[in-house]
Design a binder for this molecule. Structure first.
Ligand code: EPZ
Length: 426
């Protein structure tokens, strides 16, 4: 597969409007949930990104039919294969979301070590402990895990950490279990609420979504449904970060401010401006940013997926900012790259101290993960001079072509093949 880079001439202000699509992190579990009924399930407003393409490959591999029409994806039929091919499972972390759905639909699932971004160890103990609590037999092989259960039986499950994926997997496993399941300490993310909205439309009996205790009463069968996922708050936040560093005014149509409180707050603290008008969030910045102190955490706190894009903003602030990462233990791969662009950043444990006073300049930087790559693009948009960002394939996992998105707002971003001599890569 050809390796592509973004070539960015920084310094243009951004003006215009953009449409925010459905959230990647809602669409992926919703597509997995679609196999819980043989009837057609349509997830609307899906982004054209490689994680969704990979999920469609996984669904094809388990034997259900998938059909894409624009941004709408329809899944129908019952799964006939209970093994996620190792090549696919390694393609992305989202294959993990098939665990609960396949176990519920077929009574067994064999999953190879999932891939995805290299951000920390990303264990799955909360998933497997919960499935075992529901009565599944969980056997670990060299590079795979086998879960099997003739019939899952509802029970109380305490999650030691509000894991988004584990919450989603356990909800999908419990929807047709015998009896009632309560997830205590569940994740409250809007993407979890979006998954539950689909399952309830399919006939599941679930309450408490969006709170720390989710109750699932098992039902015999589920039907088809058609649902709009929650809008992508991380894409909206990434566009805001670009406007913040470049200066300008952009209207974000469809952005759902009701789930973006913790994202919006640090931007306002950095002295940018936001109003809601005519179905859009209108975001404005003069490019003069104040320093901020931010810490990531489970929803409703500031999301870890916004850590890198917002750190890029902190690199332009007039003074010392801090960014504390509390969700993943190794999500600072973008820091050395930002330093090569002129940022003064010191890492002390899980906290980055970011001094933006030196100013940023273009450089050759390498994306190593999805959101870190997005942060580097944001930093390059505001930097004086030319930057190249390699590792575009990581960024394509979660964003539709950023060269098109930011180009439509006045930025100079060219997507091109990596030159023979190569540029700095991971
Ligand atoms: C989901 O990942 C998202 N991915 C991530 O977005 C997001 O960063 C993360 O939630 C946190 O919000 C999707 O929804 C597809 P977790 P997930 O389980 O489910 C630890 C992006 O950029 N943990 O909430 O994998 C784990 O190691 C991606 O769009 C365990 O220890 O996240 C991490 O430190 C990146 N044991 C923390 O919990 C477990 O069994 C949060 O993980 C599970 C998780």
């Amino acid at each position: 597969m050809k390796r592509e880079i973004f070539v960015i001439e920084g310094g243009n202000s951004l003006f215009g409007r953009t449409e925010i699509h459905g959230a990647k992190n809602a669409v992926l579990p919703m597509l997995a949930a679609s196999i819980l009924s043989p009837a057609p399930v349509t997830v609307r407003d899906c982004p054209h990104i490689s994680d969704v393409d990979d999920m469609l490959s996984v669904l094809d591999a388990v034997g259900v039919r998938t059909e894409r029409s624009g941004r709408d994806i329809t899944v129908s039929g019952a799964p006939s294969v209970t093994e996620i091919p190792s090549g696919l499972a390694c393609a992305m972390r989202s294959s993990v979301y098939m665990l609960g759905a396949l176990l519920s639909a077929c009574g067994e699932v064999r999953l190879y070590a999932p891939g995805g971004c290299r951000i920390g160890a990303r264990p799955l103990d909360i998933h497997f402990d919960g499935l075992a609590r529901l009565g599944a037999k969980v056997e670990f092989g060299e590079d795979h895990v086998l879960c099997a259960a003739r019939r899952l039986v509802g029970t109380d499950i305490v999650l030691r950490y509000p894991s988004v994926g584990a919450t989603e997997n356990l909800i999908m496993a419990a929807v047709k279990a015998r009896g009632t399941t309560r997830l205590i300490g569940a994740a409250r993310e809007p993407e979890v609420v979006s998954l539950v909205r689909l399952l309830v439309r399919m006939g599941a009996d679930i309450s408490g979504e969006g709170t720390p205790v989710v109750t699932i009463r098992g039902v015999e069968s589920l039907d088809g449904a058609k649902v709009q996922p929650v809008k992508d708050r991380i894409v909206a936040g990434t566009v805001m970060a670009a406007v913040a560093v470049c200066g300008g005014r952009v209207e974000l149509y469809g952005a759902d401010s009701s789930v973006m409180g913790a994202i919006i707050s640090p931007f306002l603290g950095a002295h940018t401006f936001l109003v809601e008008h005519g179905g859009a969030m209108v975001f404005e910045s003069d490019g003069m940013l104040a320093p901020t102190d931010v810490g990531t955490g489970p929803y409703p706190l500031f999301p870890t997926d916004m850590q890198a894009p917002f750190m890029a903003c902190q690199c332009y602030a007039s003074g010392m900012s801090t960014m504390r990462e509390t969700v993943f233990e190794d999500r600072f791969a973008h820091v050395p790259e930002l330093i090569s662009m002129g940022a003064g950043i010191a890492l002390v444990g899980n906290t980055a101290f970011v001094d933006g006073s030196a100013g940023m300049h273009g450089a050759e930087v390498a994306a190593r993960d999805l959101r870190g790559g997005a942060g580097l693009v944001v930093a390059a948009l505001g930097a004086k001079g030319r930057s190249t960002v390699s590792g575009v394939r990581y960024i394509d996992r979660g964003y539709e072509d950023l060269s098109v998105l930011f180009g439509s707002l006045g930025a100079s971003v060219v997507r091109t093949e990596e030159p023979e001599h190569g540029v700095r890569t991971e």
